[in-house]
Write a protein that binds this ligand. Structure first.
Ligand SMILES: [Ca+2]
Ligand SMILES: [Ca+2]
Ligand SMILES: [Ca+2]
Length: 662
């Protein structure tokens, strides 16, 4: 009895270790994106919603495999956006030299923020998981839609996710989505090699009490053909002929080709079909039907367009279950109603705007903004319309397609495409108008789609309230930190996000980033009659203050992004005088100028500083400001600089909000 109790306790603590994480409260962070859209606050998003399950999944691709890193594909210039920028005529000519020199078997529609990365790049996996968890994404839907199993990339990705979990970070769970090709064999393979082996168990995503598997319930149809065969890896001829064989006549063993999913698969998983939201698929009604999830909606089809948002939802046992949100559809005709594609600037009301010489949309009206803009592809017109409809329909599972597809496949056939007759087509992704990636891009509209996703997930799930701060606290700036223990409100950042990059990219590019220096993990703020005090803690001892861009503290003192440098009115530590005196700088509208010397101390992994309230114009009995720490940011160009170098707390362009009452 004692032994078994001990065993139970052990099991419990292992389980607890797997599920506990250091909560960094990303839903309380504030932020303004490049278009001026702000993160919904508590009054806008409301409290965390508990009326039903609210799960967010995103399509995650592992097809950026190591083979693409071969130097024979270098220098890598297979970037459609750059090719069309160099010569827009290339869009009309399949054999234009820019398409073929050197010959790539693939292209990127544009350049990712982290460069032409491969999946086996720990820096990228860490940034991905951190960004997704911060935004509120719960589950990665791993691509097996074309029957290719990316074992090495999955092992790598899930391995890094487990490392991050062990460091105390929250990461999404995963499930798989198989569809085309020998899908029964593929699902069996995933079951045999991952689930049956208990691999990465603490990352499995459960739905209705079992691991979720997205599949094809009618495996006789796929996107390309019928008559598919599904080879049985457990085929045992003896089981077909020998009545003494314990598996005699068992179709899971005695047939060389599966006719159906095995009993093990049917019992082990919660199964749902997922495919493109066609009105009909394989001769039956598809979108909005029972147990048929959509990865996006075929809104170029008037029959799909005529459905109400709630009719697009997939049901399970009659209850609303899943809805899809995508930044766009496809650049190809997906039916015979249109041939201009459905890009990021398509809306129900105005359809797809005309395209300019770069195959990008002409100035277009943005409904959520109420005006016409240049470069509408950065404004998430289609994306927001889908979000608004999905939020109104209120699903239990909200699926986003996709995170990191990037790859664009060129087919040299002459056919109507993008409203003209063209000598080639791209089917899924093409340029910054025609792609479905939420992953930030380099240049262009940078992280607009990431921020838009994070904003809308808040509306879907609700958020926790901001911590309240009250009264005065006695703090002395002396390099001992016991006086901070009385303050319990912590403003936290990811631990481990100073990871150094040294990895292979497409075409043999070597990506190196060793800017991670001080790993900021916690900060606190205190107030007394005279001063506002800041305390910050790093994972390891602080580096010396003499190096540039050391532990910068940015303040948006009026919580107005229209004033200051991208909103920040004050900057501390840009010029550190010695180990006791540093500088407060103020932004004058054009540059940072010195405002005052202030007192600070640091010892080991902690630092504290004091700023007179009157200098910040925060001398009322209650006030609010936003703040951000940043170490080794490199050149301060814009808020994207925070995303590329060193560590920032909180992550990316987010800020902490401090509210105080006397
Ligand atoms: Ca950190
Ligand atoms: Ca400001
Ligand atoms: Ca960080």
């Amino acid at each position: 009895m004692l032994l078994s109790l001990g065993f139970l306790t052990l099991c419990f603590s292992v389980e607890a270790q797997q599920t506990e994480y250091r909560n960094i409260y990303p839903d309380t962070w504030v932020g303004t994106d490049a278009l001026g859209r702000t993160m919904p606050d508590f009054t806008q998003a409301g409290a965390v919603k508990t009326d039903q399950r609210r799960v967010v999944g995103i399509f995650y691709l592992a097809w950026h495999t190591q083979g693409h890193g071969d130097e024979k594909y270098g220098p890598y210039e297979g970037d459609v956006t750059k090719i069309l920028q160099k010569d827009p005529q290339a869009r009309l000519d399949a054999n234009h030299p820019f398409w073929n020199n050197p010959p790539y078997p693939w292209y990127h529609w544009g350049e990712p923020e982290m460069g032409y990365f491969l999946n086996q790049d720990e820096y990228v996996v860490r940034k991905d998981m951190s960004m997704l968890a911060d935004a509120g994404v719960d589950v990665l839907v791993m691509d097996v839609t074309n029957a290719v199993r990316y074992w090495d990339e999955w092992d790598f990705t899930f391995g890094v996710m487990q490392k991050m979990q062990a460091e105390g970070s929250k990461v999404p769970k995963f499930c798989f989505w198989a569809f085309n090709g020998p899908v029964i064999t593929v699902v069996q393979d995933l079951y045999d090699r991952i689930y049956k082996e208990d691999k990465f168990r603490n990352l499995w995503f459960y739905w209705d009490g079992k691991p979720l598997m997205l599949y094809n319930s009618r495996p006789e149809f796929d996107a390309n053909r019928g008559g598919i065969t599904h080879k049985n890896p457990h085929y045992d001829p003896d089981a077909k002929t020998n009545p003494m064989n314990p598996r005699y006549n068992d179709p899971d063993y005695c047939e060389e080709y599966y006719q159906d999913y095995t009993r093990a698969v049917k019992e082990f998983f919660t199964l749902r079909t997922m495919w493109w939201g066609y009105y009909e698929w394989g001769g039956e009604r598809f979108v909005g039907t029972e147990d048929n999830w959509s990865f996006g909606y075929c809104l170029s089809d008037p029959r799909v367009q005529a459905l109400k948002p709630e009719e697009l939802l997939s049901t399970h046992k009659g209850t609303r279950e899943q809805a899809a949100v995508t930044p766009a559809q496809h650049p190809v005709v997906t039916n015979h109603y249109a041939n201009i594609g459905v890009g990021k600037s398509w809306s129900r009301e105005t359809g797809q705007p005309a395209l300019n010489e770069y195959d990008l949309p002409v100035p277009t009206y943005v409904p959520w903004l109420g005006k016409t803009v240049e470069n509408p592809e950065g404004y998430g017109i289609y994306f927001q319309e889908r979000w608004d409809e999905a939020l109104a329909a209120n699903p239990q599972f909200l699926y986003i397609n996709d995170w990191n597809e990037w790859t664009a496949g060129k087919g040299n056939v002459t056919t109507p495409w993008l409203g003209r007759n063209n000598s080639f087509i791209f089917v899924d992704q093409y340029n910054s108008e025609f792609n479905r990636c939420v992953h930030p891009m380099k240049g262009g509209y940078t992280d607009n789609y990431y921020m838009q996703m994070a904003q809308n997930i808040r509306k879907y799930k609700g958020i926790r309230p901001l911590p309240e701060n009250k009264g005065y606290h006695q703090i002395s700036i002396d390099g001992t930190f016991d006086d901070w223990n009385a303050l319990t409100n912590e403003y936290r950042d990811t631990r481990g996000d100073t990871f150094h990059r040294d990895a292979l990219g497409y075409g043999g590019i070597r990506y190196v980033n060793d800017s991670g220096r001080n790993d900021i993990i916690t900060s606190k703020v205190a107030v007394d009659e005279q001063n506002i005090y800041f305390w910050v803690e790093t994972a390891e001892s602080l580096s010396p203050h003499t190096a540039p861009h050391w532990m910068l503290l940015f303040l948006d003192a009026d919580t107005n992004t229209e004033t200051g440098w991208f909103g920040y009115d004050f900057l501390i530590n840009y010029e550190v005088k010695d180990d006791k005196v540093t500088t407060l700088m103020k932004y004058d509208g054009e540059k940072w100028g010195k405002a005052a010397d202030i007192s600070y101390r640091y010892t080991e992994n902690q630092m504290e500083l004091a700023i007179p309230r009157n200098l910040l114009q925060l001398d009322r009995d209650n006030f609010v400001f936003d703040f951000k720490w940043s170490d080794n940011v490199g050149k301060l160009v814009d808020p994207i600089s925070f995303c590329l170098h060193g560590d920032t707390a909180p992550n990316r362009r987010f800020n902490y909000r401090f509210t105080w009452k006397r």
